[in-house]
Design a protein around this ligand. Structure first.
Ligand code: PRP
Length: 180
């Protein structure tokens, strides 16, 4: 693994554009579930910032829960394995569940989570992903609500990390090895 000091970030999506798009996605969700309650399930840790912004823009009755999985370890490449680290606190049976992801990449995580959550009999199950990187897809899955479709670059910020760093960046940034 590269030393973190040799990495450079370049802005891909600015904070203002993220804010605008999050509001649009929230409005779409409010239209789709008019008069109903939605239960947002955030996939820790990356989705925590997207979820906290999204839920405040949804003009409906809402509730939230979190689930934690690991698929990447500390490197930049997917291990191809998904592990459940923390389960939901409560039942989702009969609820309008929206699984909230920061990024849909290979699709391995989402495919695993959809399998697990469908078995629990939600009334509806949809997916909101801030970022979609279709170039890396290994499983045939897609999100119902996508913030931005992005090129095949490693991105950090707005919840996304590299070895647990950069989650606090306000913009979504491309992380590249700096030429020295
Ligand atoms: C990231 C991201 C998604 C998953 C997407 O999580 O938050 O959950 O990878 O990748 P995939 O489509 O290739 O499965 P990560 O395991 O890095 O954990 P984190 O959310 O704690 O950063």
């Amino acid at each position: 693994m590269r030393d973190a000091r040799t990495m450079r970030t370049k802005v891909l999506i600015r904070r203002a554009a993220i804010e605008r798009r999050v509001r649009e996605v929230a409005r779409q969700i409010a239209r789709d579930f008019k008069g109903q309650r939605v239960h947002l399930v955030g996939v820790l840790k990356g989705a925590c910032i997207f979820l906290s912004d999204l839920v405040r823009e949804i003009d409906l009755e809402t509730s939230i829960d979190f689930i934690a999985v690991a698929s990447y370890g500390r490197g930049r490449e997917s291990t191809g394995q998904v592990r459940l680290l923390k389960d939901l606190d409560s039942s989702i049976a009969g609820l309008n569940v929206i699984l909230v992801e920061d990024i849909l990449d290979t699709g391995l995580t989402l495919s695993y989570l959809l399998r697990v959550l469908r078995q629990r009999r939600p009334k509806t199950l949809r997916v909101a992903a801030l970022l979609d990187k279709p170039a890396q897809r290994r499983e045939e899955v897609q999100a119902d609500y996508v913030g931005f479709t992005i090129p095949n670059e490693f991105v950090v910020g707005y919840g996304l990390d590299y070895a647990e760093r950069y989650r606090n960046l306000k913009d979504v940034c491309i992380l590249r090895t700096a030429s020295r």
